[in-house]
Design a protein around this ligand. Structure first.
Ligand SMILES: C[S@@+](CC[C@H](N)C(=O)[O-])C[C@H]1O[C@@H](n2cnc3c(N)ncnc32)[C@H](O)[C@@H]1O
Length: 202
């Protein structure tokens, strides 16, 4: 991710949760929780956690959530929410992860990473055996979702599920599935569907 896009998220952080899109995304966590088996002893990673859309919903159900993000300002907003079992960590996922996880979740962060294959390999390596991914992002779109794609660090205009599933399989994951999870109504008047990619480390 570029410095410019980190600057974008830093400057957007304070009002992030009030954005119309964030308010629509508030419907997402229960849908993810319904499709992700979790245990009270689990360690979970939220990749590109931002202000904690997923992390704050998952934290009450598990031992600890590590919220990883490049943007210090996004994580400051999350820290201020005061969850005792959410640990925020600023940094790039490719600089290394502090632990191993029973689940790795993410919402709207995959499209900011150029090398999706390497990202899925990183996720697979960081999972305990039996650990799961639950990743939400945009289906392939025409670049109109973000508008200013370069300034926002957009590396992919969404994803074709079959291509992502193949990358997850190549990363060594199994039980891979991809399904519709939510539709976002953008202020440009268009709808953008989101998928949930799931998989398990053997
Ligand atoms: C569109 S925001 C989504 C935030 C939150 N998950 C949500 O849905 O509200 C994407 C986030 O991913 C983070 N991000 C992108 N690439 C990253 C990387 N390589 N390592 C860590 N965080 C990254 C950005 O800083 C940003 O906060």
């Amino acid at each position: 991710m570029t410095t410019a896009s980190t600057a974008h998220f830093d400057s957007a952080a304070r009002d992030w949760d009030q954005r119309p899109l964030s308010q629509q995304l508030a419907a997402l966590p229960p849908l993810v929780l319904a499709r992700l088996p979790l245990a009270a002893t689990d360690q979970v990673l939220d990749f590109g956690a931002g202000t904690g859309l997923l992390a704050t919903a998952i934290a009450p159900h598990v031992a600890q959530v590590t919220a990883l993000d490049m943007s210090a300002a996004m994580l400051q907003v999350l820290d201020a929410k005061g969850f005792a079992n959410i640990v925020t960590r600023q940094g790039d996922i490719f600089d290394g992860l502090p632990g191993r996880y029973h689940a790795i979740v993410s919402c709207m962060a995959l499209h900011h990473v150029a090398d999706t294959a390497a990202l899925l390999r990183t996720f697979a390596a960081a999972l305990h055996p039996g650990g799961r991914i639950a990743l939400v992002d945009l289906y392939a779109e025409d670049g109109s979702f973000h508008g200013d794609n370069a300034a926002k660090g957009v590396q992919h205009f969404g994803f074709a599920p079959a291509a992502l599933q193949a990358l997850a399989q190549a990363a060594g994951l199994t039980d891979i599935g991809c399904s519709d999870i939510l539709r976002l109504r953008h202020r440009n008047g268009r709808d953008y569907p989101l998928f949930l990619l799931t998989g398990r480390k053997p």
